[in-house]
Design a protein around this ligand. Structure first.
Ligand code: MG
Length: 331
């Protein structure tokens, strides 16, 4: 049998076989192996998050729905200074899904779990009739142990520095190119990656972090506008300091997008006291996912709740809060 059948979501022997052979073998750990109704965990000071993943297509340059389902949830934990520990994974599978595709997705998940040291300890699999869902949707929830306090979107202060961890927009541009069937941008791939290693290094170096947020849907523009509103501050950034790859620039020029609005899956924005700019950049540039880290601007007392961007000639405009739906099913 090469495709998923409804009986594999029945809760009977076929479900048991699918889950055992496809998922348990890959995600194996002592808690999952117990196969209880709920995983028992001994933890205190935790962070908890959840996300649904519906990306189309499910496989793309630089990752797949499995890698973003693990990295995305682990990254949300990392953004509050929590080390990703335990995940749940709920799969909604369409009848007729190729088993080989599901195996590749589960392999990606296992690889990303291993690389960050987290475990899937509980899960669920449902199969729905053909046409009820597009191939595969995954929901992952995550628990992390908090290694820092007070990292908050409400904590930005006048004079603080804004840093971005790498060039922006790669995930959004990759998904768009894949959907449009553009085969010419061979170097373009999703930035999908774990952010915990970089965050861990910042925390170990005792960099006092005000705020961190991964620039997923809505991209850099959404993060900066959220922060400006939540902290009731202004944010000023310089266009020439924001790293954007040649490939992403090309897609944006071709299709009329703003790179600032494009989703990322392994890029975060960091706010620190301006005395720590160089220390933070040095640490980030030592982390594989953050080699292009750059200081892009400051928190100000001017234009509260807004983000202002200066071009190289000094003229300013507002970086708008993204509105409407640029790309549905981006993650
Ligand atoms: Mg997030």
């Amino acid at each position: 049998m090469n495709t998923i059948s409804l009986s594999q979501g029945s809760g009977g022997i076929e479900s048991n076989k699918l889950i055992g052979e496809l998922f348990f073998s890959r995600f194996d750990n002592e808690i999952l192996r117990k196969a209880e109704d709920a995983a028992s965990l001994d933890l205190e000071k935790i962070a908890f998050t959840t996300d649904g993943y519906t990306v189309s297509p499910p496989e793309f340059a630089g990752g797949d729905i499995g890698s973003i389902a693990v990295c995305g949830t682990c990254n949300d934990l990392a953004m509050v200074g929590a080390q990703p520990k335990y995940l749940s994974a709920a799969f909604i599978l369409e009848e007729g899904l190729e088993i080989a595709l599901l195996e590749r997705i589960a392999d990606s998940m296992a690889r990303e779990l291993k690389s960050v040291g987290a475990k899937i300890v509980t899960g669920d699999t449902k199969v729905v009739p053909r046409g009820s869902v597009d191939k595969i949707f995954i929901t992952t929830s995550g628990i992390g142990t908090r290694k820092a306090e007070d990292i908050s979107a409400s904590a930005l202060q006048n004079g603080d520095a804004i840093i971005v961890s790498r060039s922006i927009g790669a995930h959004g541009a990759t998904i768009f190119a894949a959907r449009e069937g553009m085969g010419f941008q061979s170097d373009l791939k999703s930035d999908c990656a774990h952010l915990w290693p970089a965050v861990d290094a910042l925390l170990k170096a005792q960099i006092p972090i005000r705020a961190m947020r991964d620039a997923t849907r809505g991209g850099l523009a959404a993060v900066l506008n959220e922060w400006a509103r939540q902290s009731n501050v202004g944010i000023e950034v310089a266009e020439q300091n924001i790293p954007i790859s040649r490939e992403v620039r090309g897609i944006c020029e071709l299709l009329g997008f703003e790179a600032y609005n494009l989703a990322c899956e392994g890029t975060f924005v960091l706010c620190v006291d301006k005395e720590y700019i160089q220390a933070a950049l040095d640490i980030l540039k030592n982390s594989t996912a953050c080699r292009e880290a750059a200081h892009i601007g400051y928190v100000t007392e001017a234009h509260l709740g807004m983000v202002s961007i200066a071009n190289p000639w000094g003229s300013r405009r507002y970086m708008e809060y993204p509105s409407g739906e640029l790309l549905p099913r981006i993650c």
